[in-house]
Design a protein around this ligand. Structure first.
Ligand SMILES: NC(=O)c1ccc[n+]([C@@H]2O[C@H](COP(=O)([O-])OP(=O)(O)OC[C@H]3O[C@@H](n4cnc5c(N)ncnc54)[C@H](OP(=O)(O)O)[C@@H]3O)[C@@H](O)[C@H]2O)c1
Length: 241
């Protein structure tokens, strides 16, 4: 069995996915910008890691190649939450959000493709969107544009890469990770946002990682081309009024 590459495996949902894959006997190769954070997670269970910024295509290709010539899966969990009202969204904001969330995902897939195709079984790719694509939220223009592109990419890849490689996407609502700390560290604000969810709480990294690990593993072998909300019911249900 080949390893799973987890871009963004040093924190939050990516790190929780790495832990779950290890618990079920898989191998993981983590990628991120900060070596100390990558090493800390990899040392928990003897995983490998490589440092790269997804905005540097060559560095990302090298970091993915370091995982070896056969891969079972690719999880692309790098992302941004850059919330601004429309008049304040600069071109640089929009470019950065697109590059980290969407273009980086395409680059990671391109870099991993030969090794995913060389895997003995069916390869699996998991990408991340956000609840803010299925439902419009104020101040989310830049991230919603970028994550909307990820959803389109998911379907295009799933069609092009079938039957050898499955491609799915998870769309979380607000989840307690370092990325979301600006929204969740104020408990009054966190409780108010939690109350907007039919299930009355925010997500935890492991809520999302449970689905990511399932989609990367063999038990989901007949699932491809899906955008799946893990969002406490936020995208599809209205329980009040
Ligand atoms: N948390 C939420 O509320 C939420 C909601 C909706 C969607 N999501 C999506 O879920 C995914 C996982 O997010 P998370 O909450 O787990 O975030 P997180 O805790 O901040 O983790 C992000 C990971 O990506 C890496 N990373 C970030 N920018 C990078 C770059 N330019 N190059 C290489 N690595 C980079 C980070 O490591 P370094 O910083 O060391 O590079 C880290 O390992 C993202 O796609 C996010 O957009 C999250």
């Amino acid at each position: 069995m080949g390893p799973h590459v987890i871009v963004g495996g040093s924190s939050g949902i990516g790190a929780a996915t790495a832990r779950r894959l290890r618990q079920s006997g898989g191998r993981v190769h983590l990628i991120g910008r900060n070596e100390a954070r990558l090493k800390a997670v990899a040392d928990e269970f003897g995983g490998s890691f490589a440092v790269a910024d997804v905005r540097d295509k060559g560095a990302l290709e090298e970091a993915v190649a370091a995982a070896g010539d056969k891969l079972d899966g690719l999880c692309y969990a790098a992302g941004t939450i850059n919330l601004k009202p429309v008049p304040r969204v600069s071109d640089d904001d929009a470019r950065r959000d697109f590059e980290v969330n969407a273009l980086g995902a395409l680059r990671a897939v391109q870099a991993a493709l030969p090794a995913l195709k060389a895997s003995e079984g069916t390869g699996s790719i998991v990408l991340f969107s956000t609840v803010a694509v299925a439902q419009g939220f104020a101040a989310h223009a830049s991230v919603a544009m970028a994550k909307g592109a990820v959803e389109g990419l998911t379907l295009a890849l799933a069609a092009e890469l079938a039957p050898k490689i499955r491609v799915n996407c998870i769309a979380p609502s607000l989840t307690r990770t370092p990325l979301a700390a600006s929204l969740t560290s104020n408990e009054t604000m966190a409780s108010a946002i939690a109350a907007l969810h039919p299930l009355q709480r925010l997500g935890e990294a492991d809520d999302i990682a449970a689905l990511a690990a399932f989609l990367l593993g063999p038990d989901s072998s007949w699932i491809t081309g899906q955008i799946i909300g893990v969002d406490g019911g936020r995208s599809s249900l209205r329980t009040k009024g």
